[in-house]
Design a protein around this ligand. Sequence first.
Ligand code: TRP
Length: 336
Amino acid sequence: MTSAKPNLLSGMQPSAGSLHLGNYLGALVNWANMQDDFNAYYCIVDLHAITVPQEPAELRANTRRTAAQYLAAGIDHNKSALFVQSHVPAHAQLAWVLNCITGMGEAGRMTQFKDKTQKGGSESASVGLFTYPILQAADILLYQPKAVPVGEDQRQHLELTRDLATRFNSRFGDTFVIPEAVILKETAKIYDLQNPEAKMSKSAADPKGLVNIMDDTSVVVKKIKSAVTDTDGEIRFDRDAKPGISNLLGIHSAISGESIASLEARFAGAGYGALKGEVADVVVAAIEPIRNRTEELLSDVAELDRLLADGAAKANAQAEQTLAAVYDRVGFIAAR
Ligand code: TRP
């Protein structure tokens, strides 16, 4: 890849069979837009996935489905490296080195581990889940990225990554670029259609609250038409008093680019049915081509795997270089 542009890395879990509209508008559109300004590396984190139990066949299927959806939604394999984490051995190798410069107390302060083990308790959690943030730091630092676009919930993991990079650099000499978190902006925050006070999430209580990229068109239309609203009959943006209508306006605006003010003016005096109809049209027009392209990619697994091998080759080239420097600095003798 050309070296004139700064590097960028982000990662996504291969956990869901389908991305939802919140993933798409919250992260993916931003990732696609950043490809022109950065050498972007996008990593499907299957090593992270097994920190909790996985069904092997399901993990394999979800890894390919995730890859296909990212490619279909605009990650261009000619511009960026889209790759699977386990295809690049340096992730696990650097994670080991970083494990050895991370304090137990430091790792124990990670709130995501505490959240994820709240129900079952930390006794039954895997050691892998405990060291998850350190593997994430390795994901990042291998690629010497300036920017790491992530959601707000990843802020603490990015701070740990910066701390580890700084510590390594001061102990062993300058090796890592200190990465900046790019916290994706709130404007495209998408809420649950049935519970519009909550963010759209795959763990939604009611599947009707969630629009999936892979949903059939008729299902998408039905979900939007049965979105929870209110009874005052006015179409205006007011997140506190009118979360349902505000969410519909927000979804429309995020996709169409039309301002909320313009939508409010255009829908003044109209019924909620008219707004829902137009939002459904806008959403369908955006996701139908992505679904179709995803299905096309999944219908030719050999070609999809070839694209991923291509991504892994680009990723390996950068990752091996960083790992070699790290191994040398810590005092490992070079293998001949
Ligand atoms: N932990 C991230 C999440 O749950 C996924 C992830 C793994 C990641 N490695 C990363 C994100 C590296 C950014 C950079 O969303």
